[in-house]
Ligand binder design. Sequence first.
Ligand code: GLV
Ligand code: MN
Ligand code: MN
Length: 411
Amino acid sequence: MNDDIASPGRKLMARLDEFARFSDEEGRLTRLYLSNAHRQAAQQYVAWCREIGLAAGIDASGNVWARYEGKQPGAPALMIGSHIDTVRDAGKYDGNLGALAALAVVEELAKKGERLDIAVEIVAFGDEEGVRFPTTLTGSRAFAGLFARSSLDQKDADGISMREALTNFGCEPEAVATLRGRNVAAFVELHIEQGPVLEAENLPVGIVTAINGATRFHCTLRGLAGHAGATPMNLRQDALTAAAEMILMIEARARSENDLVATVGRLEVEPGAVNVIPGEARFTIDMRAPRDAQRQRAVNDIDKQLIAIAKARNVELISVHTHEAGAYICDPRIVAGLKAAVERIGKPARLLPSGAGHDTMIMGQLCPAGMLFVRCKGGVSHNPLESITVEDCEIGFAALMEFVRGFKAAT
Ligand code: GLV
Ligand code: MN
Ligand code: MN
């Protein structure tokens, strides 16, 4: 292993530590789309690009993008990168690893004055997580020309619309729907695994074959707030107990089939007092499966059950469908190229599916796309305990570099 202090893997780890200081919350890493921390992180990314002579820009949706020309100006590009937004109380590596690794790849080429047959474009997408606004994967959707203009009217928890947030960020909201990457031959994303398979098999990296599809809903239940002492149990319209029954039903449905997962990650209750029957409950649903038909069946079943429970408990149900992403089968040529690159650097090439969603599933609608995973400790992610080793980072970077150097655009 390269233990040179200035090796790209070590430098990348140091940068990831440094980058984690851009947070919207003191003492923990939270970097939501179009927030101050996102702006600072994007500006830092631009500054790092400039240090290596790349003219980086921030596009209309807040993505940072830069191009390293190939031997012939205007050649098709291999695009590499990932996202720099995070969940609340996040780890340092989800998304950031791939975004900063892309920069490190170009830095390595620039340092050696090495030009490839293709151009290399790097990207730090602004929203993959979908934590701030109901919509998700906004950065890659915009880049792939798949942004729905209606998303501009979506609001965050403070009532700020995406349109306003984009304007405050210095972006042009009306231009987001007209973005579309041009002349992109392929997209490849380096990312932590966020699951336990590589660690269990003692492997540093893996090649992704397919990415789970996902569906999300925001549900609001309206019952009747009332006196906790004076209202008999049979006369209540308790929004929270209705939500509780729904949440357990969702869990049971997901448990009934292999590979299907469902999560209620947010629950808010109003008015939230010890002696008041909850009059309103709001919760989110996130459902994933490797096969679209399987996910769709579960979505339909859950939808029917939500309606039945709301009826039986005499509460109003408003369910808003906020996100849909079909499962993505990674491009076979990219999978083969990544496999060969991992083998060339002398590591076993383990193929595995991804349970988590990624920008790759959207970029795959623009161009052939694929992913390389790096082992993460305990498979833990979306958690400050997220951890990777310098050695694995080095191997992940080396495999990506090897892939980039060997990539040939289809003719
Ligand atoms: C992104 O991390 C997602 O899969 O929700
Ligand atoms: Mn991610
Ligand atoms: Mn994530």
